[in-house]
Design a protein around this ligand. Structure first.
Ligand SMILES: Nc1ncnc2c1ncn2[C@@H]1O[C@H](COP(=O)(O)OP(=O)(O)OP(=O)(O)O)[C@@H](O)[C@H]1O
Ligand SMILES: [Mg+2]
Length: 355
């Protein structure tokens, strides 16, 4: 059972706190994804798990074996943890085959065979075996780094933005392939990414970091629907956030009355809806008394199968301008800019906490 336990990890560089009380449990065989803005401590955390950084305090264990605490420090090469660093970090003076075979204990044809299998598993052409790292594209180098880490048959694999140099199509294909490869090998995986859709699709468990702190973790769908605060909501996708008065399971806001999933009675709070929870119905401009919420489409951003619309609600009495909202609609049938529309909502609104 490969359960990685991080307990109250702290790490400072001078006066800068890179990790601030980070605790997380990574279940055996799972895929955990860490997301967060640049500088939030993601790489520092991976390097600490791999054994290239040591915490100022805290505890790290794998399968019940303490890797680091105030009295123990298991060195990196004894941890059986695969690490693909953010820049790939291939050995520049070794061929691709030698890079991949670096940690293999086998020799001769058996070793060559294993290298060929590993290259095949990450979709690298066998012809590349004798090339040098500088003769490969960034994406190919990332795959060599992945094959090199897989060669160690690690019990835990750490991937720091491993697909960042790939174009969108190849990136999705690689992500699926790597997920399958690691799952078949039963390797517990932690992946760091900046890409929100990659995070949501790859993860069984998603962890959000900000300023060295792990602010929220859980199932990706739960984090997408029930983010703890506005920053987390916006980090995982577009969001419509507006003030509301919460009463008996309902939010009263500029869109009318919407059911909320988390009750907080008789209080003022910000609520969040995802743009795909808003629906538009065109109305005739003359139909001024139409029921529901009246609005005008002010912008239409067509991107093929979907369309992101900006709509402005009718101003409330005494206000100069109405609230602007994002709405996600099917690309082909979205109303053009200037259309008068009614806005309705699907599902529950989520009451946000303070950031
Ligand atoms: N060796 C170091 N010495 C001093 N400061 C460091 C060191 N390593 C990291 N830091 C600082 O710690 C913070 C966290 O860095 P880290 O590399 O973990 O961020 P990150 O979340 O991986 O960012 P990115 O998304 O840009 O890769 C940053 O402010 C960084 O400047
Ligand atoms: Mg990083």
């Amino acid at each position: 059972m490969n359960t990685l336990e991080l307990n109250a990890l702290y790490k400072s560089y001078g006066s800068h706190r890179a990790l601030d009380n980070v605790s997380l449990s990574v279940p055996s065989g799972s895929r955990t994804v860490i997301v967060g803005p640049s500088g939030s401590g993601k790489t520092t955390l991976l390097r600490m798990i791999a054994g290239f950084e040591f915490p100022d305090s805290g505890r790290l264990s794998l399968n019940g074996q303490v890797l680091v605490d105030s009295t123990h420090e298991v060195p990196a090469h004894q941890r059986l943890i695969g690490y693909v660093p953010q820049d790939g970090a291939l050995f520049p003076h070794m061929t691709i085959a030698a890079n991949i075979g670096f940690g293999l204990s086998t020799k001769g044809s058996e070793k060559q065979q294993r290298i060929a299998e590993l290259m095949d598993s990450v979709s690298l052409d066998a012809k590349m075996a004798e090339r040098w790292p500088h003769e490969l594209s960034g994406g190919q180098q990332q795959r060599v780094a992945l094959a090199r880490a897989l060669a160690q048959q690690p019990r835990l694999m750490l991937l720091d933005e491993p697909f960042s140099a790939l174009d969108t199509g190849l990136r999705a294909a690689m992500r699926k392939m790597v997920a399958r490869l690691l799952e078949d090998a039963g390797v517990t995986t932690i992946l760091v990414t900046h890409d929100q859709s990659e995070a949501l699709s790859f993860a069984d468990q998603l962890a959000v970091m900000r300023q060295g702190r792990l602010v929220q973790s859980g199932h990706p769908l739960d984090l997408y629907r029930y983010p703890g605060d506005e920053q987390t909501a916006l980090f995982l996708g577009d969001a419509v956030v507006m003030p509301a008065r919460i009463e008996a399971g309902w939010a009263h806001c500029d869109l009318g009355r919407i059911p909320v999933n988390n009750h907080r009675n008789n209080s003022a709070a910000n609520i969040m809806l995802r743009p795909e929870q808003l629906q538009l119905v065109s109305v005739l401009p003359s139909d001024a008394e139409a029921a529901g919420c009246r609005a005008v489409v002010t912008d239409r951003d067509f991107s093929g199968n979907t369309c992101t619309l900006t709509v402005e609600l009718q101003p409330l009495p005494g206000e100069n301008a109405g609230r602007s909202l994002l709405v996600r609609s099917s690309g082909m049938y979205a109303p053009p800019a200037g259309s008068a529309v009614q806005v309705s909502t699907i599902g529950h609104a989520h009451v946000l906490g303070e950031a």
